[in-house]
Write a protein that binds this ligand. Structure first.
Ligand code: G3D
Ligand code: MG
Length: 210
């Protein structure tokens, strides 16, 4: 059984996309509600944790961010291995960054098939007047590949919470469906018994020096 009766869902989520689209900013906004923090440039490839309680289901997200290896085209499968969800981020003012999202969709589908929940985030919507990726192009592409599309601004804190919440709900659904149909054979979600009561929503960073 993958249902989490008395247990906790543990999901790995990876942030992917071209350099400078705002991946680290989205993560810091979500976890610490900060923007352009001085930690930003020192954040290394690592993950931050977020604990959630959705309808009584306890969930532990490990959200992985890069150390900028994407700028050197050096992000390999080891980074996204065993992910339950991926957020493919582009900058709405940068057409090339949307092209990079398409490359990631192809790679993830090839390597992980239907095992991973894919979300696409068009970031920097505070720069709407500089937009070069059209709404129609982005949304119809997302539909075509079966990914949900969100708009975000890490700067103005728009759409960020919804993005992570919706992704989490989809991962829970996916995991429950898998467990019903396959008796947990292919699920990579670890469900652990845990007697410690969890707050309805709390978070803890893994970085030191906060
Ligand atoms: P990355 O982790 O994808 O490489 P970063 O991207 O989070 O480091 O962000 C790259 C730059 O984009 C940063 O600017 C950051 O402040 C900016 N940025 C991130 N999100 C937004 C947003 O929603 N709106 C706007 N306007 N800018 C954003 P600098 O100047 O530090 O390079
Ligand atoms: Mg970064």
């Amino acid at each position: 059984m993958t249902t989490a009766a008395g247990g906790t869902y543990n999901f790995k989520v990876v942030l992917l996309g071209e350099g400078c689209v705002g991946k680290t900013s989205l993560l810091l906004r979500y976890i610490e509600d900060k923007f352009n923090d001085k930690h930003l440039t020192t954040l290394q490839a690592t993950f931050l944790n977020k604990k959630l309680n959705i309808n009584g289901k306890r969930i532990n997200l490990s959200i992985w961010d890069t150390a900028g290896q994407e700028k050197f085209h050096a992000l390999g499968p080891i980074y996204y291995r065993n992910s339950n969800g991926a957020i493919l981020v582009y900058d709405i003012t940068d057409e090339d960054s949307f092209g990079k999202v398409k490359n990631w969709v192809k790679e993830l589908k090839k390597m992980l098939g239907a095992d991973i929940v894919l979300f696409i985030a068009g970031n920097k919507i505070d720069l709407e007047h500089e937009r070069t990726v059209s709404l129609e192009e982005a949304e119809s592409y997302a539909n075509m590949v079966g990914a949900k599309h969100f708009y975000t601004s890490a700067k103005l804190n728009q759409g960020v919470e919804d993005l992570f919440l919706d992704l989490t709900q989809e991962m829970v659904e996916r995991s429950e469906n898998n467990s019903q149909s396959e008796g947990n054979r292919s699920s990579r979600v670890l469900v652990v018994d845990d007697e410690v009561p969890v707050q309805s929503s709390c978070c803890s960073g893994t970085r030191s020096g906060n």
